[in-house]
Design a protein around this ligand. Structure first.
Ligand code: GCV
Length: 659
C-alpha cells in the first residue's frame, strides 16, 4: 500500500507500534500489506487465512475489520498469535488500530479471539471548539485555549497534534476550531494571511483523518470586505462569499466548511435584511458547493431581549417556530445544527421537537460536552446517560421507532448528511479537562457518536479501565461514581426539569431567582402555591404541540408527564403528588438532602482508595469532590429554604431547613 507520509495510514502504523509497546511492553514486527490498507501483527503464517479473508471484504471508507487469534493455548504475539487489522481506507485502518488498543487496554489479558467488522453509525461526528484567538475559551473550564494566544495560532504547540490524536482515538472525524461567537480577530481566519496558518492546522487534523471547519461571522462581507451590507440576496455579497470560498480552497483544499451562529444572542444574520435563515444559509452553501464544502447552520435562534412580564412568548418554542416552516428550502450542503433540548444544555430538558421534524433538511444534534450548566468540570457529571436519553428518544415523527439516534444515523430520512456535533470541554490544563473525571465525557461523546447503541455503563467501564487500570478497585469505583453523577447533580440543583436556578452569566452556583426577572426567557414562575411553566396546548404556551401526537399527549397532562420533566411542561401546586408518591415539595426537600449526602459518601469511598491511585490524581479528585460537596450543600440549603419560605410547608422529616 502506498502510504501518504502524513496521512491517517501512517498514523495508524505509528499508533499501533507505540500503543502495543506501551500496553504490553512488546515491540512486535508490523507488516503493512499492499492493496487495501491492512496491518498484521504477530505470526505471518498464522495470520495468512485471516489476511486473505479480510483483504476480500467490501468495506465502506471509515469501516474496519479486526481479527485476533491468540487461541486458548497460550499463543502469544511473539509465537503463533496474530492480529489482522483492515480499514475501508486509511481512516478506517486508524479506527481499527484504536479499537485494537482499547481492547488490549480494557481487558486484563487482552482478547484471545475476536472477529469484528464495524462502521460508524453517524457519518458526521464533529467537535466544536469555542476558542477565541485571545487565548480564552467561551464556557471553558480547563484553562486557556490550546489553539490560540495573543491573536495568533499556536502552530508550534504539540498539544494540538496530541488533541487530534485524542479525538481520532474515539472516532471523531470533524472539528471546528473557533468559537461560534466570531469576534473581530476570528473573522479574519477565512482570509489571507491567516489562511496559511489554517492550512497547517488542517494538516495536523487531516493526518488523523479529521476535517477542519471554521466558524464564520455572518457580517464578514462588511467587516472584511468593506461592503455596506451582508444581505444574502445582494449580488455583491454573493460574489464576495464566492471569491472568499475560492481563496479558502486554494489555500486549504481539504477544508470542511463553515459553522454559523446567526441572528442568535446579538450575532448578525439575515433577519437584519428581512431575509430568513434559508436565504442566509444558502448564500454560504452556494459559495462552498463547488468544493464540496458544508454549512453547519445553528438553530439556536431565540429572542434574548424578552420582557419577563410578557407571558405569551416562550423561548422553548423558538427554534421550531423559526426553522420548521423552512423545510425543503435549504441546499443539499446545508446541515442544520440543533441543540439537544429546546432551551440551552440544562441538566434536564425534553428533546428538541425540531429534531426529525424537517424530513427534507439535513440536520445534526448538538450536545455540550463542556459542563456549562452541569457542574463546570468542578462537579462530576458524566453526561453520557443524558445524551443516551436524547438519542433513544422516539420522536414518532415517521412512525414508531423514529428515534433520534436513527435520524442522526440517516436511517429515517434519506438525506445526504446526518450525524452529531458537540461543544468541546478541553483546554490547556495538564489534564485537558479541568476535572480529571471530565475526560470521560469527551471519550464518551466519541464512543456514542460512533455507536449510539452502546450502553452508558459500558462506556463508563471502558474509560475507567483505560484510565485507572483494568480490574482495579479504582476503576470499579470510578465507573460507579460516573454512573451516579448525573442523577446526583440533578438531585441537588434545579428540580423536576424546570432548570435555570443558576447565577446569571456564570451558570455554576445556585441563584433561584437569578434569571426570573431577566430578558433571557428562562423562568420558573414559583409563587406561594406552586411552580413550573405551563407549556401545554390548552392553557399554556402551546410548546407541547410541537411534538408528534404520542409525545404531545405524554407531555400534555401532569398525570402522564414523566416526573423528571413535570415542571418544564406544567405549573403545579407544591402539594401535587408525583408518580413516586411524594408531593412536589417533599420531592424537592428529599432529593436535595439525598444529593448532598451522596456526594459526601463518594468522598469516603474515594479516601479508601488512597495508595491505589497515583498521588496526583488521588488528591486532585479528592479536592474536586470536596468542592462539589460544598456546592451541593449550598444548593441544598438555598433551594430548600427558598421553597419552604414560598410554600410554608414543612419537611415531613423535620430536617434542618434555614427558615
Ligand atoms: C457560544 C449559551 C452559552 C453561550 C453560547 C451559546 C451558544 O447561551 O451561554 O456562551 O455562546 O449558548 O450556544 O451559542
Amino acid at each position: 500500500m502506498e502510504l501518504r507520509p502524513n496521512g491517517p495510514g501512517a498514523a495508524a502504523l505509528r499508533e499501533l507500534s507505540r500503543g502495543i509497546g506501551t500496553l504490553t511492553g512488546l515491540q512486535p514486527s508490523l507488516t503493512l500489506k499492499a492493496g487495501p490498507p491492512i496491518l498484521t501483527l504477530g505470526s505471518p503464517e498464522a495470520a495468512r487465512p485471516a489476511l486473505n479473508e479480510l483483504n476480500a471484504l467490501p468495506l465502506s471508507e471509515e469501516a474496519y475489520a479486526l481479527r485476533i487469534g491468540l487461541g486458548s493455548e497460550g499463543a502469544e504475539w511473539s509465537g503463533s498469535g496474530y492480529a489482522v487489522l483492515r480499514g475501508g481506507s486509511e481512516r478506517g485502518l486508524l479506527h481499527a488500530v484504536f479499537r485494537f488498543l482499547r481492547l488490549i487496554g480494557t481487558e486484563q489479558d487482552g482478547p484471545r479471539e475476536l472477529h469484528e467488522v464495524e462502521s460508524p453509525r453517524s457519518v458526521l461526528r464533529m467537535i466544536d471548539q469555542w476558542d477565541n484567538m485571545d487565548g480564552s475559551v467561551e464556557r471553558g473550564y480547563s484553562g486557556g485555549s490550546i489553539f490560540y494566544r495573543d491573536n495568533r495560532i499556536l502552530l508550534e504547540s504539540e498539544r494540538i497534534a496530541d488533541y487530534a490524536r485524542l479525538l481520532a482515538s474515539v472516532g471523531i472525524n470533524a472539528i471546528s476550531v473557533n468559537n461560534v461567537n466570531v469576534h473581530r480577530e476570528e473573522t479574519k481566519l477565512i482570509a489571507a494571511p491567516l489562511l496559511h496558518d489554517v492550512k497547517r492546522l488542517a494538516d495536523v487534523f487531516g493526518s488523523f483523518g479529521i476535517r477542519l471547519f471554521l466558524s464564520v461571522n455572518y457580517a464578514a462581507p462588511i467587516e472584511l470586505g468593506e461592503l455596506g451590507t451582508a444581505d444574502p440576496l445582494d449580488e455583491g455579497v454573493r460574489r464576495w462569499w464566492k471569491r472568499t470560498a475560492e481563496e479558502i480552497y486554494a489555500a486549504v483544499p481539504e477544508f470542511g466548511g463553515f459553522v454559523v451562529k446567526a441572528d442568535s444572542e446579538n450575532r448578525p444574520g439575515p433577519f437584519t435584511y428581512g431575509r430568513d435563515h434559508a436565504d442566509g444559509a444558502n448564500l454560504l452553501a452556494d459559495a462552498l458547493a463547488p468544493f464540496g464544502g458544508l454549512v453547519l447552520w445553528r438553530c439556536f435562534v431565540y429572542d434574548c431581549h424578552q420582557d419577563w412580564r410578557d407571558r405569551s412568548t416562550d423561548r422553548a418554542r423558538a427554534a421550531y417556530d423559526h426553522f420548521r416552516p423552512l423545510d425543503g428550502r435549504f441546499r443539499d450542503n446545508v446541515i442544520l445544527q440543533i441543540k439537544n433540548g429546546p432551551m440551552d444544555f440544562q441538566v434536564r430538558e425534553p428533546v428538541s421537537p425540531l429534531f426529525g421534524a424537517m424530513p427534507k433538511t439535513n440536520h445534526v444534534m448538538e450536545f455540550q460536552i463542556a459542563q456549562e450548566y452541569t457542574g463546570q468540570q468542578r462537579d462530576v457529571c458524566f453526561l453520557v446517560p443524558q445524551w443516551k436519553k436524547s438519542l433513544d428518544f422516539d420522536t414518532f415523527l415517521n412512525g414508531p421507532g423514529s428515534t433520534v439516534k436513527r435520524i442522526a444515523a440517516g436511517e429515517v430520512h434519506p438525506l445526504p448528511h446526518s450525524g452529531v456535533a458537540a461543544v468541546s470541554n478541553i483546554g490547556n490544563d495538564d489534564n485537558w479537562t479541568g476535572h480529571h473525571l471530565a475526560q470521560a465525557n469527551l471519550f464518551g461523546f466519541g464512543r456514542l457518536a460512533w455507536n449510539p447503541d452502546l450502553d452508558a455503563e459500558e462506556i463508563a467501564a471502558e474509560w475507567s479501565a483505560l484510565t485507572f487500570g483494568a480490574g482495579t478497585p479504582a476503576a470499579a469505583f470510578v465507573r460507579e461514581l460516573l454512573m451516579e453523577s448525573w442523577p446526583v447533580y440533578e438531585s441537588y440543583t434545579a428540580p423536576l426539569g424546570v432548570g435555570w436556578m443558576v447565577q446569571p452569566h456564570y451558570h455554576y452556583a445556585v441563584d433561584v431567582d437569578g434569571y426570573e426577572y431577566s430578558k433571557w426567557g428562562t423562568y420558573h414562575f414559583a409563587d406561594r402555591n406552586g411552580i413550573g411553566v405551563d407549556r401545554t396546548l390548552g392553557t399554556g404556551t402551546g410548546y407541547a404541540g410541537q411534538y408528534a401526537a404520542e409525545n404531545r399527549d405524554l407531555y400534555g397532562s401532569p398525570e402522564s408527564c414523566p416526573d423528571e420533566l413535570l415542571l418544564f411542561f406544567h405549573h403545579v401546586p407544591y402539594t401535587h403528588v408525583l408518580k413516586s408518591g411524594k408531593t412536589v415539595i417533599q420531592h424537592i426537600y428529599d432529593s436535595r438532602f439525598e444529593g448532598a449526602a451522596r456526594v459526601e459518601s463518594w468522598i469516603e469511598r474515594w479516601r479508601e482508595l488512597e495508595g491505589g491511585v497515583d498521588d496526583e490524581r488521588f488528591s486532585h479528585i479528592l479536592r474536586r469532590l470536596e468542592g462539589q460537596l460544598e456546592n451541593a450543600r449550598q444548593w441544598r440549603d438555598v433551594v430548600n429554604t427558598y421553597f419552604y419560605r414560598k410554600s410554608g410547608i414543612p419537611d415531613e422529616q423535620g430536617r434542618n431547613i434555614y427558615a
